[in-house]
Design a protein around this ligand. Sequence first.
Ligand SMILES: *[C@@H]1O[C@H](CO)[C@@H](O)[C@H](O)[C@H]1NC(C)=O
Ligand SMILES: *[C@@H]1O[C@H](CO)[C@@H](O)[C@H](O)[C@H]1NC(C)=O
Ligand SMILES: *[C@@H]1O[C@H](CO)[C@@H](O)[C@H](O)[C@H]1NC(C)=O
Length: 377
Amino acid sequence: MLFFSLSLSKANMQSLAFLSLLLCTAFHVAFSFTDGLVANGNFELGPKPWDLNGTVVKGGRKALPEWEISGFVEYIKSGQKQGDMLLVVPEGAYAVRLGNEASIKQRIEVVKGMYYSITFVAARTCAQEERLNVSVSPDSGVLPMQTLYSSNGWDAYAWAFQAQYSVVDMVIHNPGAEEDPACGPLIDSVALKALYPPRLTNKNVIKNGDFEEGPYVFPNTSSGVLIPPNIEDDHSPLPGWMVESLKAVKYIDSAHFSVPQGGRAVELVAGKESVIAQVVRTIPGKTYVLSFAVGDANNACEGSMIVEAFAGKDTVKVPYESKGKGGFKRGVLRFVAVGTRTRIMFLSTFYTMRSDDFSSLCGPVVDDVKLLSLRKP
Ligand SMILES: *[C@@H]1O[C@H](CO)[C@@H](O)[C@H](O)[C@H]1NC(C)=O
Ligand SMILES: *[C@@H]1O[C@H](CO)[C@@H](O)[C@H](O)[C@H]1NC(C)=O
Ligand SMILES: *[C@@H]1O[C@H](CO)[C@@H](O)[C@H](O)[C@H]1NC(C)=O
């Protein structure tokens, strides 16, 4: 009897396994990738030795596994020297460099109509004005790389698109025209993540106020992800939010930083040049309370900080004394809506540098943004 029930449960387990296999297959068809690196997204698979001349990839469009390349593409090994500069690759041992007009392209399967965010890690090298044009037809965005945010020179950037087809070409192109054709950005890791546009709740008028929905964050690098200014971006990699400024804001995670609430938050890294905003629906004459957390990311970003919050023309300045070791307080702004739409906005009054390297931009962290209407004005 015992044997019988055992074998029965074994049979059950087998059918369960079969069912879950079926489910997995169905899931696989619907979402043909899991969030993370794209195929050979860290470039650890390199061209065949005979497809390389020194660092230059010579073997044609298909020489770099999983990618299609064009133009002057170099395959760079960590530790390689360029002039007096030592090239160090943050993840794994290899990266690619895109010279003038060079590009790398990969065909990816997506779900038509869905939003996706591409995160890639890049470093500028010798060019004056390095930029990368990231595109998934018909969307494209030119991301500036002049400003260095991390002291090691490598930064992760996010860019988002809405899939118009179920198979799309993701292209990263260096539109540069430098005197030295080899001057151009290095790229080390490319990842993709599906974005789920957050829904409004009847409690909070702000969408994605906790910033939990956002771009892919590399588990192995601790520098956060830059969300570039929205002028170069049709769809935000930070759903619900716009970056309305000259410079980027940084998306940080609790695995590498101190985050006031949940797993994600935003660090305002470039003073008044780094702004996040959201336009919300409001009822004129009604009183609202905007509340939010202001803190520091435990990244040696020390000093007196001020976060300025705006709701239409109303504003509040929330001072925060940072010891650079994490922590937060709450700020509140009570206002009466004057229109049917109100712009909610956050910026940092000051510029701050990390006290451990004196070269990385940093700033106050904003998280857990709530906007509630008061029953009685
Ligand atoms: C390899 O590069 C060198 C220097 O750029 C060049 O002189 C040489 O002809 C190249 N070799 C091949 C096989 O293309
Ligand atoms: C970026 O690339 C896309 C796709 O190739 C192109 O349509 C767009 O014009 C480019 N943008 C710039 C500013 O070069
Ligand atoms: C992170 O590092 C581990 C171990 O080095 C590696 O296996 C994994 O592929 C890396 N993940 C990413 C996304 O780079």
